[in-house]
Design a protein. Sequence first.
Length: 137
Amino acid sequence: MLILVAACVLVDDAGLVLITKRPEGKPLAGLWEFPGGKVEACETPEHALIRELDEELGIDVAAPALTPLTFASYTYPAFHLLMPVYLCRHWTGEVAANEGQDLAWVRPEALTAYAMPPADEPLKQILPGLLGLSGDF
Ligand SMILES: Nc1nc2c([nH]c(=O)n2[C@@H]2O[C@H](COP(=O)(O)OP(=O)(O)OP(=O)(O)O)[C@@H](O)[C@H]2O)c(=O)[nH]1
């Protein structure tokens, strides 16, 4: 089974990237991930992401502010994950932990220090380069 999840690399004015911690009780609990979630039937990935960013973080993102950045494709035991990853640098509202989740703003090159789902491992490596950093530090 293929599941489609839209995720977002939110980058603030200082160049920091937001990651959120998956709560206890969910699969992959305790791992850090990029905000986002499953794309529902009849929803575009962009609209799913706008909905999830509002629900999870209380921010308002306009569709043109979402730029396709990369994707993850990974086989979990129960499904294959296809995850388009968007870049977003502009939103309105203050980022808040609406679901009580831990939040962290991190330098892209520091993502390797955070435990993330296996699907995200390649993203950790390429994000500094995609965001315009050398990735060598
Ligand atoms: N949002 C997000 N999901 C990710 C990332 N990496 C990754 O493997 N996933 C997987 O993609 C799926 C995300 O769907 P989700 O967050 O809506 O699903 P869920 O199981 O938490 O909850 P739900 O079924 O109640 O909606 C999960 O299986 C999650 O483990 C990531 O960086 N961001």
